[in-house]
Every structure is written in structure tokens, then in C-alpha cells.
Ligand binder design. Structure first.
Ligand SMILES: Cc1cc2nc3c(=O)[nH]c(=O)nc-3n(C[C@H](O)[C@H](O)[C@H](O)COP(=O)(O)OP(=O)(O)OC[C@H]3O[C@@H](n4cnc5c(N)ncnc54)[C@H](O)[C@@H]3O)c2cc1C
Length: 340
């Protein structure tokens, strides 16, 4: 285990921003935390946990210690006729895990193909796409307390999963390091394709239902995502930058009078969720650049680094977008991405 001083975080964020962390350390096992805590200088500083930085915008150099979990082993921990339980190290790339499961013909993760980031961040963020969320398959999350290395395990119901959030993003953020995650997956003949997302259903419409496999859904998801989203390897980005705002009925009715075509989705609480991408597009920001950053021409919810942008350039851009949306629609767009 190396303690690296003044270390660039450019390889660990998909916006491709070059900031430095005072100290950077990769953690593999429980005893690494105990060793680090015995170093008085390192122990006295604030610690923050990152994965692959695919949901983070770094705007300045960071003081303190940045830790990343690199433990990436997969183990089958239990199996019965219908299911298999696998325990996966937090440092594994999420998409590699999804690929491994579909190659084994196990159902459960195929709708979440091609989401960047690590397995460790999946329960933190409760990642989701195309009608599926990490919480649907997670049975246990094994964590390490970063102050004393103590192992603490949570069952699914204890994780307080919500929309792109969980206990690990709330009171335990930067306190518990997710070390291993256990998933329950269905064997081929006992699972089903989740095709609630219409374009996925369309993609598989020519195949008879009994012939569906996880790999077919996985391939369709990859195809849809590649057409829709800019690839962070070519154009730095962190996926959806803003959350979809939720507004009250009264305000929705007022807006609808002025914008009869406003897309919306009624929530269970009777409020209205408005697609942030529509709001951004209708303020004319889609495809527009600001210095070395831009709102993607492919998807208005994605902000991109055109090459050489600083974190503050992207920060300026998102604030301009926020101001314009607020001015035109009276709606405040809250970043989904963590701004540090
Ligand atoms: C092109 C693109 C498309 C995307 N599409 C989607 C999508 O469809 N659905 C979706 O849900 N997200 C999507 N995202 C967002 C992102 O991929 C996820 O949020 C992902 O889970 C972040 O993983 P990460 O390892 O990069 O975590 P980071 O961005 O590094 O960290 C995110 C949070 O998790 C915490 N964290 C990370 N690892 C650990 C750990 N081991 N223990 C404790 N805390 C930890 C961090 O402290 C931070 O709070 C997309 C991003 C991009 C760039």
C-alpha cells in the first residue's frame, strides 16, 4: 500500500479534470485501514472516498486523504436451483461485473450495462437505468469503518435505498467504505427480461419470449446507451448532471398554461416530475459551449469537457444553465453530480 502525496486525480474522474489530492491511497483490505490509522499525520487529516469519479466534478485541489477501494474479487457464496449469490469486491468495474453475469446466463444486472464506475459505488448511489436499480439484486453490503477498520454488514432492508441514494450516501458518506457487495441473481430458466422501458421492448420484439437471454437485453442496452450518451473516454462527462425537478400541482398547472406540451410524470405523492433535459433544451442550451465546456449536443442533461476544461469551467457552465432555467421556468435544477 502506497501513500502518494500531491497525487493527480485525473485518472479517477470521467470529466478528465486534473486536480491534485494532498494524499492518495488505495485500500484493498481491512488491515490497510488499521495500518493507515497508526500513521498520526494521515489519521489527523479528513478522509474522502472515491470510486472512478464518474459522478463527481472536481473544482479544486483537495486537502486531506483521498481513498479508493481496489479489492476486486468475485466469489459465488451460495447457490440453489433457481438462484446464485455472488460477493463482489468494491474495486471491480461495474460494467465488467455485468458482463461476467450475462456470460454466466444469470439475470438481474443486464439492464444496468455500461454504467461507468465501480461496484462499491453501486449501493451508495443505488444506480439505476431502464427500469432496474441496484437495490433489486443487492442482498448485503459489507463495509469497513474508515476510522477503526471495523467490519459492518447491512442487509438490503437496512440500506435505506432511495432514488440514486442510500444510507452510504447520507449519514455514512465518507465514514463507511463499501468493501464487498452481495447480489442475488436468477438462473436462466428462472428469470425474466425486464422490458418496462419501451425502446428495450422494441429492440427485442422479433425474438420469441422463451428465447430471451440476459445477453440479448445487455446488447440492446449497450446499443441504446451508445446512441444516446456521449462516451466519457472521448468527451469527459459524468452522465446526467442535474436531477429531474419535482414541482407541486399548482405550479405545474400554471406552467402547463404557458407550455401546454411540457412533459411530466406524476409521482406517487401527487407532485410532478419534469425532465431536466427538456427544460435545458428549451432554454436553448443543448449543444451550446462555454469556453472549453459544453452542454452535449447528444443529450441536454449531460455537460461535457471539450478538452482541457477546468472543473471551474464546468461549474460556471452549470450555474449559467441553472440561472437560465430558473429565469424562464422558475425551477431550480439541483446537480445530481457531487461537486467537490
Ligand atoms: C456516461 C455516464 C453515464 C451514466 N449513467 C448512469 C446511469 O444510467 N445510472 C446511474 O445510476 N448512474 C449513471 N452514471 C453515474 C455514475 O456512473 C454512477 O453514479 C456510479 O455508480 C459512480 O461510480 P464511481 O465508482 O465512479 O463513484 P464516484 O463517482 O467516485 O463516487 C460517487 C459516490 O460514491 C461514493 N463511493 C464510491 N466508492 C465508494 C466505496 N467503495 N465506498 C463508499 N463510498 C463510495 C463516493 O464517496 C461518492 O459519494 C453515469 C455516469 C456517466 C459518466
Amino acid at each position: 500500500m502506497h501513500i502518494q502525496a500531491n497525487h493527480s486525480l485525473q485518472p479517477y474522474n470521467t470529466f478528465n479534470i486534473d486536480v491534485k489530492s494532498q494524499y492518495y491511497i488505495e485500500i484493498n483490505k481491512q488491515s490497510d485501514i488499521l495500518t493507515l490509522r497508526s500513521d498520526l499525520k494521515i489519521a489527523s487529516l479528513p478522509w474522502r472516498i472515491i470510486g472512478d469519479g464518474s459522478n463527481i466534478l472536481f473544482t479544486h485541489d483537495l486537502e486531506g486523504v483521498t481513498v479508493r477501494c481496489t479489492y476486486d474479487k468475485i466469489k459465488v457464496v451460495k447457490e440453489d436451483n433457481e438462484n446464485v449469490w455472488i460477493s463482489v469486491g468494491a474495486g471491480m468495474k461495474w460494467h465488467d461485473l455485468v458482463t461476467y453475469t450475462v456470460e454466466n446466463n444469470w439475470w438481474g444486472l443486464e439492464n444496468l450495462a455500461l454504467i461507468p464506475g465501480t461496484v462499491g459505488a453501486a449501493p451508495v448511489q443505488n444506480i439505476g437505468a431502464y427500469g432496474s436499480e441496484a437495490r433489486d439484486t443487492i442482498t448485503r453490503v459489507q463495509t469497513l469503518n474508515i476510522y477503526d477498520g471495523q467490519r459492518i454488514e447491512f442487509r438490503n432492508a437496512e440500506c435505506n435505498f432511495g432514488y440514486r441514494t442510500s444510507l452510504f450516501k447520507q449519514e455514512f458518506v465518507n465514514k463507511l467504505l463499501v468493501h464487498r457487495v452481495t447480489f442475488r441473481l436468477r438462473k436462466l430458466q428462472y428469470g425474466n427480461a425486464n422490458l418496462v422501458y419501451e425502446p428495450l421492448k422494441l429492440a427485442l420484439q422479433d425474438i420469441p419470449k422463451p428465447e430471451y437471454t440476459p445477453k440479448m437485453v445487455y446488447d440492446a442496452v449497450i446499443d441504446i446507451r451508445q446512441k444516446k450518451l456521449p462516451d466519457p473516454k472521448r468527451q469527459g462527462n459524468a452522465g446526467s448532471f442535474f436531477k429531474n425537478p419535482i414541482i407541486d400541482v399548482d405550479y405545474f398547472e400554471t406552467l402547463k398554461k404557458e407550455y401546454p406540451d411540457i412533459p411530466h410524470h406524476k409521482t406517487l405523492e401527487g407532485q410532478y416530475k419534469i425532465p431536466a433535459a427538456w427544460l435545458i433544451e428549451n432554454t436553448g442550451w443543448k449543444g451550446r459551449s462555454h469556453g472549453k465546456s459544453a452542454v452535449s449536443a447528444k443529450h441536454a442533461l449531460v455537460l461535457v469537457n471539450l478538452g482541457g476544461a477546468k472543473g471551474t469551467d464546468i461549474e460556471e457552465l452549470y450555474q449559467l444553465v441553472q440561472e437560465d432555467v430558473n429565469h424562464k421556468f422558475g425551477i431550480y435544477l439541483e446537480p445530481e453530480v457531487i461537486v467537490l
